[in-house]
Design a protein around this ligand. Structure first.
Ligand SMILES: [Mg+2]
Length: 339
């Protein structure tokens, strides 16, 4: 059934049926003028929002409705993780063209709810509106963090070492494959990279461990590429950074992809974006200990660079050569890729 054949009330009740807000913290969920929730006054309230617009952030060819819903919430969970916090409540505004199939909207909500279940968030409200042509989803996520545990982008000091969770470049490689890049790589690698793009796993557990053990002097989630996101830490902390070109962590699938496609591995790992890993800085003297402790918890951390006093981001090659990088990352309003 198309949306145009269904009234707004029916649409809302169809979508609300997908949502589970059973939680002692939720006093009133979807269905009243506003939701009412209990908050813990001893914690800081975190708030973040993200909007995904069809044609800009996704297309119906590069994802499906379930995964679109998943990713919309996952990218906000990643922001909360980067603060050292825990997600709590989400509000979702969904814009749908009138000819949208109701099942498509329903599946978006299934994806949202699956991600909410995975990361212990509750969808407590939002709005559905009709959109002239494109689908859009705007999501606000509230989270909580103990005041002493919050990690911001400020606080990186010259000499600090830069660590990242997981591997870099997978999502951008997946997007390249989804948008028609034709390379001879094993089907399992292709699936791994495409999954990394369509259904990212935010590093919530890792963020909580980093924050609770007081490891990080600053932290950010890698949404726009390591180079762009380190630029943000550098600006916020009043420092610069050197990235080690030969130390970036890659998955086997990513290695196969760059070999088969003849792609410079640094192009996507530095500037590709949407990895949703965490990048954080730690005091020089503690780095080895932190990496070893994380290893015991089955968390892969890799040292990828160092904070320097001089502003700017540079890259150091194994032969000792150092090159200055510009900010990098994707600039939304100009739509240009800077390298
Ligand atoms: Mg972020």
């Amino acid at each position: 059934m198309r949306l145009s054949e269904l009234g707004e009330f029916d649409l809302i009740s169809t979508l609300a049926a997908r949502v589970s807000d059973h939680d002692p913290r939720v006093v009133l969920g979807i269905g009243d003028d506003a939701a009412a929730v209990r908050s813990d006054s001893s914690r800081l309230l975190l708030a973040t929002s993200d909007a995904l617009v069809e044609g800009i952030h996704f297309t119906r060819q590069t994802t499906n409705a379930f995964r679109l819903g998943w990713k919309t919430l996952a990218v906000s969970v990643s922001d909360i993780a980067a603060m050292g916090g825990m997600p709590a409540f989400a509000l979702v505004d969904l814009g749908l063209p009138e000819d949208t199939d109701i099942e498509y909207a329903d599946e978006i909500y299934s994806g949202l709810q699956a991600c909410a279940d995975e990361f212990n968030a509750r969808i407590i409200g939002g709005d559905t509106v009709s959109s002239p042509r494109e689908i859009f989803i705007a999501l606000t996520l509230l989270g909580e963090v103990e005041p002493g545990m919050m990690v911001s982008r400020q606080g990186a000091k010259p000499g600090d070492r830069i660590l990242v969770t997981g591997t870099l470049g997978d999502s951008a490689a997946g997007l390249a494959l989804l948008t028609g890049r034709n390379c001879e790589i094993p089907a399992a690698d292709k699936r791994f990279l495409e999954d990394a793009h369509m259904e990212p796993i935010p590093r919530l557990n890792e963020g909580r461990i980093i924050a609770s053990r007081n490891w990080a002097t600053s932290m950010i989630d890698i949404s726009d590429g390591l180079a762009g996101d380190l630029t943000r830490i550098s600006h916020a902390s009043g420092v610069g950074a050197v990235i080690y070109a030969d130390k970036l962590p890659y998955s086997d699938a990513y290695r196969h992809f760059v070999e088969a496609c003849g792609v410079d591995p640094l192009a996507l790992s530095l500037h590709g974006g949407e990895d949703y890993q965490l990048a954080f800085t730690v005091p020089n003297a503690l780095a080895e200990q932190i990496i070893a402790q994380a290893n015991e918890l089955d968390i892969r951390l890799t040292e990828v660079g160092r904070i320097k006093a001089e502003p700017g981001i540079s890259i150091r090659y194994p032969n000792g050569e150092i090159k200055e990088l510009l900010a990098g990352g994707y600039e939304h309003f100009t739509g240009t890729e800077k390298i």
